[in-house]
Design a protein around this ligand. Structure first.
Ligand SMILES: NC(=O)c1ccc[n+]([C@@H]2O[C@H](COP(=O)([O-])OP(=O)(O)OC[C@H]3O[C@@H](n4cnc5c(N)ncnc54)[C@H](OP(=O)(O)O)[C@@H]3O)[C@@H](O)[C@H]2O)c1
Length: 275
């Protein structure tokens, strides 16, 4: 099947660590852009150069300013405390260039301030399953970003999974639930697998089964549209074994521990942009 190049914009990706690399590769593999539409920059030149070689045809640059030359969209994929420095390097960008930041906790008002106050800016909060096209990304637009800008950014992140637009006030909670969330789910998968191991299943079988179970249960929620509690009740028959396990989870405060983890992470995410 020939790829469909749906975006004509050239995109500079500043920072090609975990997320920048996932976005660059995902965009090319989904056929949303050709590699030649991408310019990559990282503090570690070899990282940008190797990814450009791997993607065949992408440009790589020694610094953010060079990568940003001629770009229509600049995707900032650096840590929150590196954003100001990267934007300082990009100060010569022409006024129409759209800046997209995926940095946790960096508010639109800070980003707008750092880019001169009039630039179109969009905040995006993706997650690591973007690496395999199964991510989820939430977008919030700044004061000078138009509906067309937002549409372009949606196209970028839809190539990596699902995407939705929410008011910026929700982005710290989104960071906790959706961006940090995979880490919480991995702990659950690890714990399920440890239980299987304790009951005599091999490590390999336990881990596969725990991951497969998480995947299946998540698909049930998404595909049936049923409330998780309803689906849980379908598994737990009166006097059965599942209710015994569910009561053990309640004894350990599982539900409130997980919910509190999201609450604490939301507060931590809000603090990231202030450092
Ligand atoms: N990882 C996640 O699960 C996730 C999910 C959602 C959002 N985010 C956000 O995504 C951003 C990136 O996270 P990450 O996990 O991909 O980080 P990462 O793996 O550390 O990648 C960031 C890369 O950017 C480079 N860099 C820093 N300043 C630069 C500059 N001025 N010019 C060029 N390159 C520069 C870094 O180089 P050095 O290492 O040499 O500094 C590093 O290679 C963060 O702001 C985070 O909040 C991450």
């Amino acid at each position: 099947m020939s790829p469909q190049h749906t975006l004509s914009s050239s995109i500079a990706i500043i920072g090609v660590g975990t997320m920048g690399r996932a976005i660059a590769s995902g965009l090319v593999h989904a056929g949303v852009v050709t590699a030649s539409q991408l310019a990559l920059a990282d503090r570690d030149i070899s990282v940008a150069r190797d990814l450009a070689t791997q993607l065949t045809g992408a440009r790589w640059a020694h610094d953010a300013a060079t990568a940003g030359e001629g770009a229509d969209i600049v995707l900032l994929c650096v840590k929150p405390n590196d954003v100001a420095q990267a934007l300082a390097e990009l100060h010569l960008l022409s006024a129409h260039v759209l800046v997209v930041s995926i940095a946790a906790g960096m508010t639109l008002s800070t980003l707008e301030q750092l880019t001169g106050g009039l630039r179109p800016v969009v905040r995006a909060m993706p997650n690591t399953p973007c690496l395999i096209g199964q991510g989820h990304t939430v977008l919030s637009a700044g004061r000078h970003a138009t509906a067309e800008h937002l549409q372009e950014v949606e196209q970028i992140f839809r190539a990596l999974g699902t995407c939705q637009v929410l008011a910026e006030k929700h982005l710290d909670a989104v960071t906790a639930l959706s961006a940090s969330g995979p880490a919480f789910v991995y702990v659950m998968i690890e714990a399920l697998a440890a239980g299987g191991l304790a009951c005599g299943l091999s490590r390999e079988v336990s881990t596969f089964m725990a991951a497969r179970t998480a995947l299946g249960a998540a698909a049930m929620v998404l595909e049936t549209g049923s409330h998780p509690a309803e689906l849980r009740d379908q598994v737990s028959s009166p006097g059965g074994c599942t209710i015994a396990g569910l009561l053990a989870l309640e004894d350990g405060g599982f539900r409130s521990v997980v919910s509190r983890a999201v609450e604490v992470t939301t507060r931590a995410a809000a603090g990231l942009g202030a450092r």
